[in-house]
Design a protein around this ligand. Sequence first.
Ligand code: MRU
Length: 369
Amino acid sequence: MNINGQNWRSIWLQDGGNSISVIDQTKLPHHFKILELSSCSEVVDAINSMVVRGAPLIGVVGAYGLMLALLESPTDKNMESAIEKLISTRPTAVNLRWAIERVVRRVKPLKLEERVKAARNEADLIAEEDVSMCEAIGKNGLTIFQKLLDKRPQNKRQNPLNVLTHCNAGWLATVDWGTALSPIYKAHRSGMQIHVWVDETRPRNQGATLTAFELAKEGVPHTLIVDNAGGYLMQKGLVDVVIVGADRITYTGDVCNKIGTYLKALAAHDNNIPFYVAVPSSTIDWKLLDWRDIKIEERNVEEVTEISGLISDDTDQPHLAKVNLTLPGIKAFNPAFDVTPSDLVTALITERGVLGSNQEDLSRVFDLP
Ligand code: MRU
């Protein structure tokens, strides 16, 4: 997508194919810094520290991470140890496990000397498929936006469609386009009047720092709100539709996404506002029927007790810094995701179309892997 007139993806393979480049998302929106990762342990660190994040992107980065591990040593032993390290970085998003298992299925039957090339090809394929799935989600989501506008009285059709989103499910969370933001980009590029309410998404503020950055660079009108403002805006008739991404959905259609998503869904339900979840099929966990079996990542409590941003102090340059919100020693708890039950989801927007968030529709549209 667009940054200052230039087209970017969130990840790309370096010439020679022996390293990858990513955008350091911990520095956005203040600094645009590219990092080169040339070993599996650098990839593990980048995922752990949230340099890269977002379910589809960590899947793609994980696949390349396994390729880099095989480059160091293509043995089964090294592969098993790399898989373990990569998968344990972020336990909730299923895309990571999905992408790594795909690479393993591809390389395991091969001779050692054939493995790196095959792993690279499979990771490339996963990245390209992610782009096409996200673009298709954009097209399918655009039809929903158009229907919402068509339902309006004639004299209100020129008013912007007000969309509320949570966290960052944009191109930075995927390889390109994004999931929840993809229909928004398609709508904006098609000339539709659209305005986005951007939840800040405490504690890491992916909405304020990443979604707002992406939308600004694409020129999409948007307004930042605190997480708790969503319900009020819905009661005031200022939200036409809510659209979010997902880190994992069960085979029965329950949606695990960034903490706070469930509260948005409840408020949308109470106010009769459609609540859509944009997901590529790589985010569907075909093995999981009960959402209670999802391992919810619990992150460092300092994300709750501190806040980070750009600070101008006595030093010569403004710089990124963390400040304490609380007194030292306070007890805090930081679950990173929650689950929205399927009955609160109006529909899923997938690469294969818009479907009910339930086992019947999912198994009708997709082949069980
Ligand atoms: O903790 P993060 O930043 O990796 O969480 C990201 C989200 O929750 C996104 O909404 C989700 O991965 C969908 S991304 C297309």
